[in-house]
Design a protein around this ligand. Sequence first.
Ligand SMILES: [Zn+2]
Length: 340
Amino acid sequence: MNATTPGLVCAHHHLYSALARGMPAPPHTPTNFQEILEQIWWRLDVALDLDMLYWSAQLGALEALEAGTTAIVDHNETPNAIEGSLSVIADACAEVGVRVISAYGITDRHGADGARRGLEENERFIKGGGKALVGIHAAFTCSDESLQSAAGLAKDLGVGVHIHVCEGVGDIDAPARLEGLTTDDWLLSHCVHLPDNHDLRGTILHNPRSNLNNAVGYANPARFSNPVALGTDGIGANMIESFRLAYAMQRSVDVTVGPDPAWSWLEKGLSIVPEARNDEVTWSYDPMDPWHLAFTAGVHPVEVKVDDEVVFADGRPTKVDADEIRAKAYEQAQRLHAKL
Ligand SMILES: [Zn+2]
């Protein structure tokens, strides 16, 4: 028996990070989240060019499809390859057959000019018909002026904002900085250190594996009245695995809870990318029920349709050559790692 579901949605991804695996160790072992950003991610992102980004996005999209994920809500940060980056990501995903909602995460880390160029990339892509939200890296790396400009641009374009909020303790003043700016179509990623009672509007994106990996704490998203959706923060796009981990983490603080809340967070992704309801994933397992999946490892798709097109069958993508993508991504990763 094979059960079917709609396409799964990864509500917070960083396709630019797919080539990070195997990168050289930083000079000093990071001892907290700020140092992880400074010594790993902010060294990697400045080294990326558009060729690397293209193959990184293809690899990320391929791995999504292999996990039954047909839609990715991406957040891009490539400070030395801003212009055109959202088109590169959109093209890479379209070729594999995966939906993507992009955003360029603006920041003032490289000066006000960097933030301005990031805003312009969001505007260029969205005005050209691209599917995207306006991206902000996080309040703690942006001036008040940049936060207001991004919120204003999103309002003008009729889209939401995709932003990291209170991922680490260094961003605890985000609720005050963002006061009056958020609307229901904003996506607020992490919210680990966001107080229970806050005034931010939008969907909270919960990334359990990333939060564990960075030792930032448990977001416990059940404490919020906001809608909650699940993401990976760039660690692949296996959403069944993310659901299983979200359930286990919630269980670790509340032994009375079942897997239904975590499953509802997974399903909430379909509110962000409703088109994924038109997709169909046929699974190796039946039933695709939260109580089964919470305790069943290794469930995988046997066929994936996006709209009515079969994009994955017999363990392989149909529109692209998986071996070629992995070989090209490996080449680009070698080039990237040599620059670090
Ligand atoms: Zn993130």
